[in-house]
Ligand binder design. Structure first.
Ligand code: 6PG
Length: 471
């Protein structure tokens, strides 16, 4: 029998859709699932694509079915399941075979796995895949990290299955070791900030202006036609129009205000902190999810403190223009922070991350896909060494016109008692960043006062101490 081009382990939603995508593009794919019944069911459901699928009931059969060097995609839950799968495959594989972890792994785990396998095992690739179920089936954005020669072996498959932006495939090798999973983690951190800021604007419209879900939906739909054009704004409009079959109410009104999280947003914030890069708009979004989960505490707090939001009435065109521009300005800061985290990680780990390419492969397929990413890609094309988007000519000009709106929205929300943590964090970041003389002179003085930590002076070199007149 003709050998398969590639293998895949894990026929859950993402794995099954990715396998169908691969089969549809004319590649022969061998598949294995822990429960054999699922493998059989998958092949039955594959219709004519089953001709390109080789169902395998054991790992040995899977390995045997693939042409060497064998690439095998793991689409199993991130964490111990990946280690277990690697341990089971390792003895069956040759040195130049390639295990590809396509889950949302922590890049530190990816580095550890790569290092462990480097001694005696097969090659290892950490591959970020974004786009959810739809993306996996019809074209995800794919972020690859690991040995470049192993990437070359799978490049034709990735090139064929990835989303396309004006004909260009949204997949790339981004660097060695954990680079691919790191970039996917930051993608998700930005996704958190994007979603949180949209939710904050929704909250202002719902609780400040008293609009119903159906009244808010067309606002997002209209914004999606302009500079906020993006998948997340588009689906927000769609989500807000959907009706719950059981109650006849807008479905968002019957969904509990408690959001889950699987870890990638949190890892973005952790990595930003450990690299010493401010990513406050992202951090605020992660914290907002955690606070959302504290439903019972929030209910008690509302009883204790009450909420008195003055009604702002229906929003006029200028209020809507403020909200639209505030969302745009907040988004600029969140993306600038995310890209700065990637720039710092690239330096720290010696990855040489191509940030322009990252922006380019995010233009289609992934959850944060948007027109805006095209503008980011252009900014990096013009200035490839850019480490801070806020300082590029395009984004500094956008920010110059948008920040007064962000300021108004944040100020009015604070005054009304409406939470806007991610938008506020973005504004605070901008205001702190653009101030040449900040207030850390006082922090330095305090540190020297209580701990003799020393400080630098504005008028001479060296490390100095104050004469603090302690009496
Ligand atoms: C993607 C998404 C995806 C992620 C979900 C849920 O790029 O396709 O980021 O990878 O798993 O968005 O993430 P949370 O459960 O952390 O919200």
């Amino acid at each position: 029998m003709t050998k398969a081009d590639i293998g895949l382990i894990g026929l859950g939603v993402m794995g099954a859709n990715l396998a169908l995508n691969i089969a549809e593009k004319g590649f022969r794919i061998a598949v294995f699932n822990r429960t054999t019944a699922r493998t059989r069911e998958f092949v039955e459901e594959a219709g004519p694509l089953a001709d390109n699928i080789v169902p395998c009931e054991t790992l040995e059969a899977l390995v045997d079915a693939i042409g060497a060097p064998r690439p095998i995609i793991l689409m199993v839950p991130a964490g111990p399941a990946v280690d277990e799968q690697i341990a089971a495959l390792d003895p069956l594989l040759a040195r130049d075979d390639i295990i590809i972890d396509a889950g949302n792994a922590n890049f530190r785990d990816t580095r550890r796995r790569m290092e462990a396998l480097a001694k005696t095992g097969p090659r290892f690739i950490g591959m970020g895949v974004s786009g959810g179920e739809e993306g996996a089936r019809h074209g995800p954005s794919i972020m690859v990290g690991g040995p470049q020669d192993s990437y070359r072996r799978i490049e034709p498959v990735l090139e064929a299955i990835a989303a396309r932006y004006k004909g260009e495939a949204c997949q790339a090798w981004l660097g060695p070791d954990g680079a691919g999973h790191f970039v996917k983690t930051i993608h998700n951190g930005i996704e958190y900030a994007d979603m949180q800021m949209i939710a904050e604007i929704y909250g202002i419209l719902r609780d400040g202006h008293g609009l119903s879900a159906q009244e808010i939906a067309p606002i997002f739909a209209r914004w999606n036609e302009g500079r906020l054009n993006s998948y997340l704004v588009e689906i927000t409009g769609a989500v807000l129009t959907a009706i719950d079959m059981d109650t006849g109410k807008p479905i968002v009104d019957v969904i509990l205000d408690r959001a889950g999280q699987k870890g990638t947003g949190r890892w973005s914030a952790i990595e930003a902190q450990s690299l010493g890069v401010p990513a406050t708009a992202i951090e605020a979004a992660v914290a907002a999810r955690s606070l959302s989960a504290m439903k019972a505490e929030r209910e008690s707090a509302e009883k204790r403190f009450g909420i008195r939001v003055p009604s702002a009435g229906k929003p006029g065109e200028s209020a809507l223009a403020d909200l639209e521009a505030a969302l745009f300005a907040g988004k600029i800061v969140a993306y600038a922070q995310g890209f700065s985290v990637m720039a710092a990680a690239s330096r720290e780990f010696g990855w040489n991350l191509p940030l322009g390419t990252v922006a380019r492969i995010w233009r289609a397929g992934c959850i944060i896909r948007s027109q805006f990413l095209g503008e980011i890609a252009d900014a990096f094309d013009k200035a490839p060494e850019t480490e801070n988007l806020l300082m590029t000519s395009a984004f500094s000009a956008f920010m110059e016109t948008a920040h007064p709106h962000l300021r108004r929205v944040v100020a009015q929300s604070a005054e009304a008692g409406l939470p806007a943590p991610s938008l506020s964090a973005a504004l605070a970041h901008f205001d702190t960043f653009r101030r040449a003389r900040g207030t850390a002179n006082l922090i330095q003085a305090q540190r020297d006062f209580f701990g003799a930590h020393g400080f630098e002076r504005v008028d001479r070199e060296g490390n100095h101490h104050g004469n603090w007149n302690r009496g």
